[in-house]
Design a protein around this ligand. Structure first.
Ligand code: FAD
Ligand code: NAP
Length: 876
């Protein structure tokens, strides 16, 4: 922590906190702030409480998360005194509930209704927020909280002539309070997202004719509304506290155990049965939680997408309409799926018609109806169910100016930047509830709202006790969080889809993935950890003192964190505490259930002559016609553990990516065969493979070496041995997180020697078993120690940020360059030593693996248009 004295003035505000919005968020904030003794003013544009449930009164409006979950948990009395009448409550019932909460806790007295906040300015000289409203008044406060909702700023329909229509015009997002009677009317509805899907069957019940204008079909599953299913009720009522806590720690804010298996790891029958179960259960989260890889693996996702399309085709009688209703150009779950009641069946009604705007786009709205390229329609009423400027719309809808005159709109011109989705640098004491960069819309929002409200209030309370009056995130912390949010999104299919999650629904809006997809529980943990670690990433100021513990709260790739968490949870023993035999058995046990890696053209096992007897090898041949170049691969495992089985998925992946034959060769292991047995075997293997390239299906003379960890050490050593022995010719060396030196004093050992699976103690154990102390600095054990590195084949060295071996890999890279060897670096940000070997488990390593394949191809100039090191922005 750095601390300085501070001369900042803190003038007295009119109220401690101004909160904007009186929906689920604003109401709970007020309750909690009041309880803590903070004077609070809530400003709300509507003339009553309710937020979303005040505005969205269209027919059919309901929640799509079961209401027993989609409700507050902070008030134990409320939990039992309010009984929901059905599984998915209607808008009027949810609004009544929020009104009941407001009444019960006498919240209305601190809420100014019909008051829209138009401007908020941070005053550096007084350290106050000055807030101007549509009522012309100005309020000063120490803290300013936008509880303005993620889906509260309706999107202006960007349709030519949208204001020309002279008939009735309705927006689902601000529906008339007195309701609408469509009886006997010709009605159009534009939009088939959740609002359209809910309202279409209801409007169809009244209207004489209903024409639905659809640009993109959505995936819907039946809600199966009714009483709350008995098993859910039993779980809730059996132990309410545990149930709510499980929701808080879950991925999506509902207590559902995630499934550990991928969609393609089960039989077709089993998968189909599970999908039928999801279709019958009527739960939205069934879709995104169908299988562990449903939103990360395109092929897995396609199985569920096709299942739903099959259901649509079975329900909708007219095949052309059915086909138009089938989503085909985005992955299921990458836009919010819809829960429907009779949606698809509505299209079987004779007076309901679907117009597919992909085939027949709207040209203009006219005074009397809608003109498409093919047809003119006349209507009495047009309903716009065209969605929202989500997540940022309401925030940048207010003129917010932070420190030194910076505006939020300018700061976020290229997309929102936040720390934890709660605060943004340059805007002291300004909080957003469920802001961009938090789980928000990817969760049961009430759980996320409660978490944010509690975090904000607890922080304000804590700061007050410490005499601190200002909190602001640092740019470092914010940039780190934005990176983490993107890292999480990028291992899923979601950023690939144009949706309101990415801002793509609003023309001109910067397209970035807005919410945090790392999960509600993990997110909560990060928020709590920030506070526990001395408010890491925040500047705190008050009482003449300014302090900061700067840093980034999540630096590991998210899937790497998950692997480490899993290992911690399973309480794996540390290898170095086991006997060698037990360690070998355990190393094999750890492979159980791992994804197998991609298919290759052919995979054959054989033996070849080593330095002192036969060595097993496994050859992976690409599916493309041969002959192919050959890459000799050496597995990792500290020269003691492993074999070609352990590195099988990586070799498959290297084969697919490089389009070369991979020959994964075993070598004698320590401690039975200590140094220099392994390099001697490795060299013998390369010799034999080079000599037998043609019979293996390879191209003579096109041979590279590769290895991971201790195997990369052998690959590096073999290159030196081949140079010194004047053959065989080696075109290149790909060294993945190599051991290059017996030296534990480098920085990466100090910072990464504990906690990232490969530890200093384990490396010491490996070295102790592998080589006598006198041999450890021999260049055949520590290739960095070679007197001369000139004349070696081109090298690509892959290092991982959180690997104790990182710096010796970089040292070898630099030494090679100094010696005139062409050497390139693939640094992997946020990765650990084992990351790249965990194919299809650590998906964030995929880019680096693609680069590695490109690097191998680049070694073989004569053979192919190797594209060398493919730059990968994402994994750096
Ligand atoms: P909101 O409820 O949006 O309240 C924000 C309030 O801020 C509004 O009342 C608005 O008038 C006010 N406001 C905004 N700007 C200003 C300003 N400048 N000045 C003054 N006041 C302002 N989420 C789920 O998890 N499950 C569901 O089933 C679900 N169903 C939904 C159904 C619909 C139709 C919609 C639109 C959203 C749904 N959501 C659902 C998301 C829903 O928005 C949240 O669950 C939750 O209601 C948000 O509460 P909030 O208080 O944060 O924001
Ligand atoms: P939405 O999901 O963004 O859907 C808007 C629809 O309008 C889309 O079909 C969109 O087509 C279409 N559209 C937009 N502009 C158009 C144009 N210019 N021309 C033609 N079509 C156009 O909005 P929403 O339905 O209001 O739902 C938003 C979110 O609110 C939901 O995802 C959900 O989170 C929440 N919600 C929940 C429920 C619930 O069931 N509880 C109900 C309503 C809303 P494109 O896809 O082609 O852009």
């Amino acid at each position: 922590m750095t601390a300085h004295s501070s001369k900042r003035d803190f003038a007295k505000p009119q109220v401690d906190v101004v909160v904007v919005g009186a929906g689920f968020s604003g109401l709970y904030l007020l309750y909690r702030l009041r309880e803590l003794g903070f004077s609070t003013a809530v400003l709300e544009a509507a003339d009553d409480v309710g937020g979303t449930w005040y505005w969205n009164r269209y027919p059919g409006a309901r929640c799509d998360i079961q209401t027993i979950d989609y409700c507050y948990s902070f008030d134990p009395e409320l939990e039992t005194e309010w009984q929901w009448s059905e599984r998915y409550a209607t808008q009027p019932e949810i609004l009544r509930y929020l009104q009941y909460v407001a009444d019960k806790h006498e919240l209305r007295r601190d809420i100014r209704f019909s008051t829209r906040v138009e401007e908020a300015v941070w005053q550096d000289d007084t350290s106050l927020w000055s807030i101007r409203t549509s009522q012309g008044d100005e309020i000063t406060s120490r803290y300013y909280v936008m509880a303005t909702g993620c889906l509260s700023m309706p999107k202006t329909p960007e349709i030519t002539g949208h204001d020309r229509f002279l008939g009735e015009v309705y927006f689902t997002s601000h529906w008339p309070h007195k309701g609408v009677d469509f009886t006997g009317k010709q009605v159009a509805i534009i939009g088939t997202g959740s609002s359209g899907v809910q309202s279409i069957p209801m409007i169809a019940e009244q209207a004489e004719e209903l024409t639905v204008f659809q640009r993109t079909p959505c995936y819907c599953i039946p809600a199966r509304n009714g009483p709350v299913p008995a098993h859910w009720l039993a779980a809730l009522e059996g132990d309410r506290g545990a149930y709510r806590e499980a929701a808080r720690q879950s991925l999506f804010g509902v207590p559902i155990e995630p499934i550990g298996v991928g969609a393609l790891q089960v039989s077709d029958e089993e998968r189909q049965a599970r999908y039928e179960g999801i279709w019958e259960a009527g739960e939205l989260l069934g879709v995104v939680g169908a299988y562990a890889d449903i939103i990360t693996n395109a092929k897995s996702n396609e199985t569920l997408g096709e299942f739903v399309r099959g259901k649509i085709r079975a329900i909708v009688n007219d095949p052309v309409t059915a086909e138009a209703l089938c989503p085909k150009d985005f992955f299921i779950g990458t836009k919010r799926p819809c829960l429907d009641t009779n949606y698809y069946a509505s299209y079987n009604l004779p007076h309901v018609r679907l117009v597919d705007l992909r085939k027949n786009p709207i040209e203009t709205i006219t005074e009397t109806g809608i003109d498409t390229t093919d047809e003119s329609f006349a209507f009495d009423a047009i309903v716009f169910a065209t969605g929202f400027d989500a997540m940022t719309g309401a925030l940048v809808g207010v003129d917010i100016t932070g420190s030194k005159g910076i505006t939020l709109r300018d700061k976020w011109a290229h997309g929102p930047e936040t720390y934890l989705g709660l605060m943004t640098a340059g805007f002291p004491n300004f909080f957003t509830v469920t802001g961009p960069g938090s789980p928000s819309v990817l969760s049961n929002m009430v759980v996320s709202i409660e978490q944010h409200v509690e975090w904000i209030c607890d922080v304000l309370d804590d700061l007050r006790r410490k005499g601190i009056e200002l909190i602001e995130p640092t740019k470092t912390a914010e940039a780190g969080w934005v990176q983490h949010v993107n890292d999480c999104a990028n291992i899923t299919l979601l950023p690939q889809t144009n949706s309101w999650y990415t801002g793509a629904n609003v023309p001109g809006k910067p397209q970035v993935f807005l919410p945090y997809i790392g999960g509600v529980g993990p997110y909560r943990k990060a928020c709590d950890e920030v506070v526990e670690r001395d408010y890491i990433g925040f500047v705190l100021e008050g009482h003449g003192r300014r302090s900061c513990t700067d840093g980034v709260i999540r630096r590991l790739q998210p899937d790497v964190s998950m692997v480490l968490d899993m290992i911690a949870e399973l309480q794996w023993p540390r290898f170095e505490t086991l006997s060698v035999d037990d360690a070998r058995v355990f190393a094999l046990e750890t492979l159980t259930g791992r994804p197998p890696g991609p298919d290759v053209g052919e995979c054959i096992d054989g033996t070849l002559p080593g330095a002192a007897g036969k060595l097993d090898y496994r050859l992976y041949r690409p599916a493309s016609p041969g002959p192919h170049p050959i890459v000799v691969y050496f597995h990792g495992g500290g020269w003691m553990l492993g074999g070609y089985d352990t590195d099988d998925p990586l070799c498959r992946d290297l084969c697919v990516q490089s389009k070369a034959i991979i020959v994964s060769v075993d070598y004698r292991h320590a401690p039975e065969a200590r140094f220099p047995a392994a390099p001697e075997d490795a060299f013998a293997a390369v010799h034999w493979i080079a000599a037998n390239a043609e019979s293996l299906g390879g191209i003579p003379g096109e041979l590279a070496v590769c290895g991971w960890s201790a195997g990369a050490n052998l690959a590096a050593v073999v290159c030196q041995m081949a140079r010194d022995a004047a053959g065989p010719a080696i075109s290149g060396q790909l060294l993945i997180t190599p051991v290059t030196d017996y030296d534990f004093t480098r920085d990466s050992y100090k910072t990464n020697g504990e906690g990232y699976f490969l530890t200093t103690a384990l490396m010491q154990w490996f070295w102790d078993h592998y080589a006598d102390p006198a041999d450890r600095l021999d260049p055949r054990a520590s290739p960095l120690r070679a007197d001369n590195l000139a004349g070696l084949p081109p090298a690509i060295i892959v290092t991982c940020e959180f690997d104790p071996l990182r710096d010796e890999g970089i040292a070898y890279l630099e030494a090679l360059k100094t010696a005139g060897v062409a050497a390139q670096h693939i640094p992997c940000r946020g990765h650990i030593h084992s990351s790249l070997s965990l194919v299809d488990m650590v998906l964030s390593g995929a880019d680096a693996r693609v680069s590695m394949g490109g690097a191998l191809r680049g070694f073989f100039e004569a053979w192919g248009q190797g594209d060398g090191l493919e730059k990968s922005a994402r994994s750096r």
